[in-house]
Each structure stands twice: as C-alpha cells, then as structure tokens.
Design a binder for this molecule. Structure first.
Ligand code: GLN
Length: 488
C-alpha cells in the first residue's frame, strides 16, 4: 500500500470522501513523517501538532455529519510570512521573534474556513529576500533531492515540505520568483497568481506592488484546488480585484489543441545550464505534439528586469521595514533613550535586509529619486507592455523557471549579484503583475529537478493551469519522489 504521505492532495481528498482513512489518520501520518524527515530538511519553524490533531478530529466529526468543505481534513502548512492568529509569525527574522499576530491573513482565514488542518509555519529567507532560504535568521532548509543543496527561495520551506511529503500542500509568496523558483528546484507544481488575484492582507509586506501569495502542490490539480479557495476579492486589500473567480479544477480539461504558446528568444541565454534548455525545449515539443501551436516571440526589455526589480523592490522594502522599531512588534533592545533603542533594535536585521534598506533608501532619496526610482518605474511599464503585445499573439509563454538546477549550500552566499541571477527568468512577470506556473519537466545528470515556467496574461490562471495539467498528463516527472537521506 502507498503511504498516506505519498498521496497527492486530490487523492487524499478522495480517500477522505470514500472513508478509506480518516483525517486523524492522515494527520498522524504527516506528523510522523515530519518527525522522521524534518531533522534532515529543516523546513518547519513552528509545528502546531496539537492544533492539527484537534482540527483533524473536528474535521472527521464534521464529515460524518455530512460536511464536505473543499479542503476538509487536509493537512497543510504555511510560509512564516503569513500572519496566523495565536501562532508565532517571524518572517524568518530575529526582529519578529516571539511576535504572535492577533489576526489571520485573509488567505489563511480562507484555508481555515475551507477546513484545512494546520501543521505549522515554514522557513523562508528573512522578509522573503533571497533565492535560497539561506537568509533565514534561524536555519538553513535543505533540498529533499540532495541535502547538500538549497531548496531555492525565498519560500524554500514551503517547497521542501511538499517535495519531501511533509504536507499535502503549502502556501508561499512570490515577489520576484519566490514561489516559482523553489518550485522548480524542488520539483513540484507552484503558482504565482496575478497581482491582485489573492489578498495581501496579513502578508508581511516586502514589495507591496509585487507581493503575491500562492500555492505549492504535488500536481497542477492540487495547486488549482488551493488557488480556488484563496483567490477572490477582499475588502481588506484595496489592490485585490473584483474579477469573478473561475472554476479552476473544472478548467483542467487535458486539452491544449489550438493553444498558442510563445517561446521568447530572450529567455534562452548564454550561461544557462544546457540540460535546463534541453528539458524546456523538449517540454514545449511535447505540448506541440498535444496540439498546441508554438510561435517564436520577443520580449525586448527582458534584460532590464533585474536592475529595475532591484531598484523597485528595495525601495518599497525600505518603506515597509521602517515599522520595525522595537516599539510595536517583536523584541526590543532596550538602550534607555529612543534613538539608541531604535538603532540597537534594528541591528537585529540580517545582512541582506540591511543591504536592501540601504539600496532602497538611496534610490528614494532627494536628488536620486528621478534618476533611479522614477526611471525604474518607467522601464517597468515598458516591460509590462512587452507582455501586453505578446499576449495579443499567444495564450501562454513558455520559458525555463530557473537558469540552473539547485545549487550547493554556500555557493552563492558571498556574491549577492550571483544570487540575484537565480531569479532572472521570474522577475519580469512579477514586474508585469501577470501569472506564472512552474511544472516539473525533467532532471539533470545529477538527478536534480528542472522546471518549466508557463506565463499567462493577468487573470488567466485557468489557462496556464490547463496547459500545465495537460503537460503533466503526458509526462511522469511530477510522480517522481526524492529519497531523503543525509549524505554528510
Ligand atoms: N529572490 C528575489 C529577491 O530576493 C525574489 C524574492 C521573492 O520573490 N520574495 O528579492
């Protein structure tokens, strides 16, 4: 018999509905798996085992009484950037150690309302700044496919937990790639929704014009089920849109006949790992065999995405992080007077966060605002227009998610620019506010997963999900599971 922790979220839901097992049995299996495997992976910052078992018991009772909420009794876990009422929320930072929110983020509340069983909070780069989860103040999460390598970031804990079978699904956030890139490096399905599709209320802010919460799952269908629950307008977030939420699961028809797929020449660059390019081109050929039409396109401003992102995101971060003053949140380093207290408290930020605050403050300062921040905003519009033009010709754009497979722990930590390059293929879509899905599409010769990125116009999640699902039906990459073992 397959282990309960090997099931997909959809299979687990079928099992609960058929009474093959209970939510308590399912939840116990996941708690046991976490106990066995997490000492090697280090994905969880907080485990809420008692809460999980209580919720599982309640879910079983509710089901027996005829309740069938969309996620009833399914064990899930959340990136520690999402506010959880009564559960510590650190954002991977010492400056929020011990902070216990008095409210739930909207996306969290929606998961609770849909019946999820809450397993705990997952590790991340401090304030979601990073591409490897090595910037967490607390621990380094390891890639389940090779524990000497990073899981990607900043939602590395969320990706590693699903990949290693420690949760049926998780939520992460994507500001410049932090859902899609760890999804690729850990070999699972991962969706960055369009900006405004899912509420940011209660998501600890990094770059407010870029931040998007979104789901990780073993399959595209699992991701669609989670998106269904968290998507939709929220009166508490003025940037969340009113657009109706389609039925994402019903949209997974397996059919891509006539779908127009754009292949942008700017995304196949020198220096990318040859196996990544081969796997992505092979994946596009598979979609073509299934009836899609492949069209070469150009997104001419792609090259500017990295500098533009590293002006805008730090500028917004420098404003958002001003609130951590030791007065309102987290631990205070008391120095008697206000300014010394403020300064000493803010020394708790890690190196990368300090770097971003300095970059952002500089870019926004009088005399430099127009030259840096203003210019970056203008070029951001050009990047968005490239996509607007492209989506007149095509329905979906196919690219690699990451230029390389998972890198070694420590490999890029002394070279911030090298680390920033990990997101070179995910940043442009973030700046344009469009949606993007990672789907596993192969392995390199070291056995590390490779990801295909499918981008869609804003609020066409159903289109990228349909394409990703059809690709999954024709391939078996998503069925491979890592064997977690400690090599050191
Ligand atoms: N790696 C990028 C950064 O460090 C993106 C992070 C993210 O999407 N949260 O800013």
């Amino acid at each position: 018999m397959t282990e309960l922790t090997d099931l997909t979220l959809t299979q687990a839901l079928d099992g609960l509905r058929a009474r093959t097992f209970s939510s308590v049995e399912l939840t116990r299996a996941f708690l046991e798996r976490i106990q066995q495997v997490d000492p090697l992976i280090h994905a969880f910052l907080t485990l809420t085992a008692d809460l999980a078992l209580q919720q599982a018991e309640a879910a079983d009772k509710a089901r027996a009484a005829g309740d069938d909420k969309p996620l009833l009794g399914l064990p899930l876990a959340l990136k520690d950037v999402l506010s959880t009422q009564g559960i510590e929320t650190t954002c991977g930072s010492r400056i929020l150690k011990g902070y216990v929110p008095v409210f739930n983020a909207t996306v969290v509340q929606r998961l609770y309302d849909a019946g999820m069983v809450m397993l705990g909070k997952l590790n991340m780069d401090e304030f979601a700044m990073g591409s490897s989860t090595e910037n967490s103040a607390f621990q380094i999460t390891r890639n389940p496919w090779d524990v000497e390598r990073v899981p990607g970031g900043s939602s590395g804990g969320s990706a590693a937990a699903v990949s290693a079978g420690m949760a049926l699904g998780t939520l992460g956030t994507d500001t410049g790639g932090s859902i899609r890139q760890p999804g690729a490096l850990c070999g699972i399905a991962a969706l960055k929704p369009s900006y405004g599709r899912c509420s940011r209320y209660g998501l600890v802010a990094f770059g407010s014009s870029l931040d998007c919460p979104g789901p990780f799952g073993r399959t595209v269908e699992d991701v669609a089920r989670l998106l269904q629950v968290i998507a939709g307008h929220d009166p508490l977030d003025a940037t969340s849109v009113q657009n109706p939420v389609p039925d994402y699961v019903a949209g997974l028809t397996g059919d891509v006949k006539g779908l127009r797929i754009g292949l942008p020449k700017e995304y196949f660059i020198d220096g990318m790992q040859p196996e990544v390019e081969q796997a992505v081109r092979a994946a596009v050929a598979t979609l073509e065999r299934l009836g899609a039409e492949v069209i070469e396109i150009s997104l001419p401003h792609t090259d500017y995405s990295l500098p533009v992102y590293y002006l805008i995101a730090p500028a917004e971060a420098s404003a958002n992080l001003a609130r951590y003053d030791g007065i309102r949140f987290g631990p205070r380093v008391e120095k008697g007077e206000m300014w010394p207290t403020y300064k000493a408290t803010r020394r708790q930020f890690g190196e990368e966060v300090i770097r971003r605050i300095m970059l952002g403050t500089y870019a926004l300062s009088a005399g430099y605002y127009d030259a840096y921040y203003g210019k970056a905003q203008a070029v951001r519009t050009l990047i968005k227009r490239d996509y607007d033009e492209a989506f007149k010709q095509v329905d979906v754009i196919a690219t690699p998610t990451s230029p390389t497979t998972a890198f070694k722990i420590g490999q890029n930590t002394d070279d911030p620019l090298q680390m920033y390059l990990a997101d070179v293929f995910t940043l442009p879509a973030s700046l344009a506010g469009i949606c993007g899905l990672n789907v596993p599409c192969g392995f390199d010769n070291q056995g590390l997963p490779i990801g295909l990125q499918l981008l869609g116009a804003a609020f066409t999640e159903e289109v990228v999900l349909r394409a990703g699902h059809a690709y999954e039906q024709a391939t078996d990459w998503h069925t491979r599971r890592p064997v977690v073992r400690h090599e050191a």
